[in-house]
Design a protein around this ligand. Structure first.
Ligand SMILES: C[S@@+](CC[C@H](N)C(=O)[O-])C[C@H]1O[C@@H](n2cnc3c(N)ncnc32)[C@H](O)[C@@H]1O
Length: 281
């Protein structure tokens, strides 16, 4: 095993240095993730089904216009929110980079006779019609895993495709007790698992970049052919004020926050997640 390569990949990198691999589009991992999304009782990849239903209904309740809305679900995964919106009669478009999730979402909508438009695409470089959507959602704290340059690209896109008076709803991780979010170093050696169908060793560690309120969750995967892959999740934490400043730079208005959307005492609740709504004038 090439220990020198492992050493050079592990440890604390410069902030925002990319890993070698991307989790959401890996064929094996995306299948594991789909099963996790679809488990109605767990709060990983997607939230618990009861929380999804509560959140989707709350999002719709924020809309003054009670007619048919054009809704854009960014990072829609297998379409759990999109389907709730479509069942209420709205025009829904879902975008996700995972082929596995979009294939599942398309089949599920077809089976349930729901008319939802799904695109398997990267929302950082998709071309969408300007001023089209009444409501845009980005759920499960996904804005916070983008590095600032990508976050700017996505917020520019959202602003461009939102109708005047439309609403953008999203959630972020709260910036309290960051030191407690760091996981201790850990490793596993398995014949198959989350990261690969074949044998691998996974070395996991996390690092705090305090001034930027960022934690890097890093996983180094070494397979039996000694290939090394590095997965890096640059996870941002925010105060309401941080979110407000970012949205104002991107010209959003009517910025509001809610910390009571998610159920108290759950893994994700108002203790660690802030929901934000904003508009375009
Ligand atoms: C944490 S999951 C949340 C899924 C869904 N919003 C939910 O809460 O059920 C993040 C989703 O964003 C998708 N995603 C990540 N980066 C993306 C990108 N650049 N473009 C489009 N989708 C992306 C992933 O494939 C994944 O389905």
């Amino acid at each position: 095993m090439n220990i020198t390569d492992i050493i050079s990949n592990s440890g604390k990198p410069d902030i925002y240095k990319k890993g070698s691999s991307f989790m959401w589009t890996d064929e094996h991992i995306s299948k594991q993730l789909l099963n996790i999304h679809l488990n109605p009782d767990i709060d990983l990849a997607s939230r618990k089904l009861s929380t999804i239903i509560k959140t989707a209904n709350w999002i719709l309740s924020t809309q003054k216009e009670k007619g048919k809305l054009n809704i854009l679900d960014l990072g829609c995964g297998p379409g759990l929110y999109s389907e709730i919106f479509a069942k209420k009669g709205h025009n829904v478009t879902g975008i996700d980079i995972s082929k596995t999730s979009i294939e599942y979402a398309k089949k599920s909508a077809f089976d349930k006779k729901l008319s939802i438009t799904y695109h398997n695409a990267n929302y950082l470089n998709i071309d969408l019609e300007a001023d089209k959507y009444d409501l845009i959602v980005l759920i499960y704290t996904d804005l916070g895993v983008l590095i600032p340059k990508e976050r700017d690209i996505l917020l520019d896109l959202i602003y461009r495709v939102l109708k005047k008076g439309g609403t953008f709803v999203f959630d972020v991780l709260k910036d309290n007790e960051l030191e407690k979010r760091i996981s201790p170093k850990s490793w596993e050696a398995v014949s198959s698992g989350f990261w690969k169908a074949s044998p691998y060793i996974a070395l996991s560690e996390s690092f705090l970049y305090e001034p930027q309120k960022v934690i890097l969750f890093q996983h180094i995967i070494v397979d039996s052919d000694e290939n090394i892959e590095t997965y890096r999740f640059w996870t941002h934490f925010f105060s309401q004020n941080d979110v407000r400043k970012i949205l104002e730079v991107h010209k959003f208005t009517d910025i509001k926050f809610r910390e009571d959307v998610l159920p108290k005492g759950d893994m994700w609740s108002g203790d660690n997640v802030i929901f934000s709504l904003c508009s375009k004038n």
